[in-house]
Design a protein around this ligand. Structure first.
Ligand SMILES: Nc1ncnc2c1ncn2[C@@H]1O[C@H](COP(=O)(O)OP(=O)(O)OP(=O)(O)O)[C@@H](O)[C@H]1O
Length: 309
């Protein structure tokens, strides 16, 4: 088990991680969800022993990671947010290089490199320089590099940023397979709630350096289940309607979306009120739908802000 014990991290006088306690049991997939700047990368750096907490500690199987650094680093693979690849080397040379850093060599290393290139579907590009790869191909190779020493724990920091939908789908399916079939423990960081919903059994919601919710997806969604989430589709946005939504006592929060508003309410019966508010504001309603709460709603409910603020 990998866990943090009330860890804190400050840069100068600014505390960016505040008393965070989280754990990762072997074999499970855990999501760490939070908007930009919440502190996800800072937390991951501490969890993967790349930086030391200012306070508290990170434990692996009950002992501080810094007391077992080399054996700990052999057990974890980290996929950083920034690509950690040599652009002037080929895909194969990158994997060989990182494999040697873990003391792999000879036939064993070659076999692992072949297996990983197949797994991330880059075998036909193995002899090409990484600088010629698309964003998605680089991300796939970045994942392969993290797996070169066959770690049991895989820590991924927003691995799908800036990639095409095909590569994104491919990476998500591969990560799921690594967890389910190869029994890897996964910590997956993202500000895309749908990715975390697809991959993770349990999750933590991080906001401004603190964990503001934790539990299974069901438990977390239950937080907003007392009411409902409405999707109000309108022809155009209206300041008058927004003022009326803000003033309405049964509406807890709302955010504007491309085609209307997403509204979190304590009430299960808001249809008529919404139609009336829209009509008073001279806004044409195209439709109203009640939606299952998503993690986005949970975040909106807890913080009043959108996940992608
Ligand atoms: N080395 C540093 N020195 C000073 N401040 C830092 C440093 N690293 C991070 N921060 C600050 O800590 C806060 C958290 O940053 P962090 O990168 O951990 O957030 P994040 O949740 O990973 O965001 P993103 O999704 O944008 O990557 C930010 O306000 C950031 O500016």
């Amino acid at each position: 088990m990998l866990e943090t014990e009330r860890v804190e991290k400050s840069f100068g006088s600014i505390k960016v991680i505040k008393e965070v306690g989280l754990y990762l049991k072997q074999g499970e997939a855990v999501g760490l969800l939070g908007p930009n700047g919440a502190g996800k990368s800072t937390l991951i750096d501490m969890l993967s022993s790349l930086s030391k907490p200012t306070k508290g500690q990170v434990l692996f199987n009950g002992k501080p990671v810094f007391s077992q650094l080399s054996s700990f680093r052999n057990r974890i693979g980290v996929v950083p947010q920034e690509l950690a690849l040599y652009m002037e080397l080929t895909a194969e040379e990158n994997l060989m290089f990182f494999g040697k850093a873990y003391q792999l060599k000879g036939a064993k290393l070659k076999q692992k490199v072949d297996q990983l290139l197949n797994q991330v579907e880059l075998n036909d590009r193995r002899k090409d320089k990484v600088s010629t790869f698309s964003g998605g191909m680089k991300r796939r190779l970045n994942l392969a590099v993290a797996l070169i020493h066959d770690p049991d724990y895989l820590i991924l920091d927003e691995p799908t940023v800036g990639i095409d939908p095909h590569s994104r789908r491919y990476l998500l399916d591969l990560i799921k397979k690594l967890q389910v079939e190869d029994n890897k423990t996964v910590l997956y960081t993202s500000h895309y709630m749908e990715e975390v919903e697809f991959l993770c059994d349990r999750l933590y919601v991080l906001d401004r350096g603190s964990i503001i919710a934790a539990g299974t997806q069901e438990e977390i969604k239950h937080i907003v289940n007392q009411g409902s989430t409405y999707h109000l589709m309108v022809e155009s946005s209206s300041q008058e309607l927004e003022l009326a939504l803000t003033a309405h006592d049964k509406i807890e929060r709302f955010i504007q979306q491309d085609d209307g508003y997403r509204i979190v309410s304590y009430s299960n019966d808001l249809f008529e009120d919404l139609i009336q508010l829209a009509s008073e504001a001279n806004v044409r309603v195209q439709g109203i739908r009640v939606q299952e709460p998503t993690l986005e709603d949970v975040f909106l409910h807890l913080t009043g802000r959108s996940l992608r603020d």
